[in-house]
Design a protein around this ligand. Structure first.
Ligand code: DAV
Length: 366
């Protein structure tokens, strides 16, 4: 298809990696976010100190002061992005308080859309609605449907992975997190494909997925077979296993930031895939976030969950002085944005956003 004048139309959705120059991005919302009620996947990816919190406080509003502090940081992120010329789009405002019921289960409320990185996987011009393992996220993509429909009308592909049933049998009932020295294990069985988009990280023709308590073997296989069927001989999906007792998502663990630059968690990643033999590997420096931040959904390693504006500019949480220094020493230009309050609600800059268009083309980096 050609635009008027015969020049090729620019793809409206175009993502091949984490670092091509960023042109358009979706930023999540904190409005309407509710505490999710306990559900079986949490046994695998949440931290034990919060189990009772979800069991007893599900459906309540988050502490208002914590949300307000996070909102200020999100607003600052948006103004940094817009100041850099990036188009920022937002999901719909919705209420998340109603019970959600399917033939097999119900939850008292939904989670909300603070973390757009999880429900939609963008590869090339494909927008894939992912089969997520959390019941409270079952209809999360609906808040993005007006945007998706617009992108679809403008030439993007739009597909949804098979909607998982999420029956009780998908989750190991008596799961406990692996102790020190024990091999990694995850809460999911293999009854059907499940994964979150943040279980995958893109590096041109190579896509890396970490098995986790939100991503099973069947999920990885589904993505490889979908890509093989729709883009023959184009993508290689690599299955990785990390040493993370609460494994959920790859983007604070294993993150190709730019050609030749791989950021890895110092303990979770015990061996680097041989493909990266010619790359510089940086082990994420110790996080600086004070223990007073509750981090309801994640580890404190959100200092690794950065966002690349292009191959040399990276947005990092203000206060993460170890990471900021290491990135500068690595030749990156660092843009600081306060984000520790937002981190409490599921992640940092990578989680809070979803790349829609970066200027670049599909390449082989190995
Ligand atoms: O602690 O690595 C990462 C969640 C990011 N989406 C963690 C959880």
């Amino acid at each position: 298809m050609s635009a008027v004048g015969g020049t090729p139309a620019e793809p409206v959705v175009n993502i091949h990696n984490e670092w091509d120059p960023l042109e358009e991005i979706i930023v999540g919302r904190l409005e309407g976010l509710l505490i999710p009620a306990w559900e079986p996947d949490m046994l695998g990816c949440m931290y034990e100190e919060y189990f009772d919190f979800y069991r007893t406080r599900g459906g309540e509003e988050w502490p208002a002061a914590e949300i307000q502090a996070a909102q200020r940081e999100l607003d600052e992120l948006i103004s940094i992005l817009e100041g850099e010329g990036v188009t920022v789009r937002r999901p719909d405002l919705r209420e998340y308080g109603g019970q959600l019921r399917t033939p097999h289960w119900s939850v008292p409320n939904e989670l909300g859309v603070a973390n757009p990185r999880d429900s939609l996987l963008v590869i090339g011009k494909d927008i894939i609605e992912t089969p997520m393992a959390w019941r409270s996220r079952y209809f999360e993509t609906f808040a993005y449907r007006p945007l998706i429909k617009e992108y679809y009308a403008r030439g993007a592909n739009w597909v949804a992975a098979p909607k998982p049933e999420l029956r009780d049998g998908l989750y190991k009932e008596s799961f406990t997190a692996a102790g020190p020295g024990e091999p990694p294990r995850f809460v999911l069985n293999e009854l059907e494909p499940v994964f979150d988009a943040a279980d995958a990280i893109k590096c041109g023709r190579d896509i890396f997925m970490g098995l986790s308590s939100t991503c099973n073997e069947a999920g990885i296989e589904w993505l490889q077979r979908y890509l093989d069927a729709t883009h023959p001989d184009t993508y290689r999906v690599h299955r990785l296993v990390f040493n993370d007792p609460h494994a959920m998502h790859i983007d604070a663990t294993f993150y190709p930031l730019a050609p030749g630059k791989l950021l890895v968690h110092p303990e979770r990643v015990t061996s680097i895939p041989s493909l990266f033999k010619d790359w510089d590997v940086l082990r994420t420096p110790d996080p600086c976030v004070p223990d007073s931040y509750p981090l309801y959904f994640s580890s404190k390693w959100m200092n690794a969950n950065v966002l690349m504006l292009d191959a040399s500019r990276v947005i990092v949480a203000a206060g993460e002085v170890n990471t900021i220094k290491a990135f500068k020493d690595w030749g990156l230009e660092v843009i600081e944005c306060p984000f520790w309050n937002f981190n409490n609600f599921g992640g940092s800059f990578h989680c809070a956003t979803l790349d829609i268009r970066r200027r670049g083309s599909l390449e082989n980096y190995f």
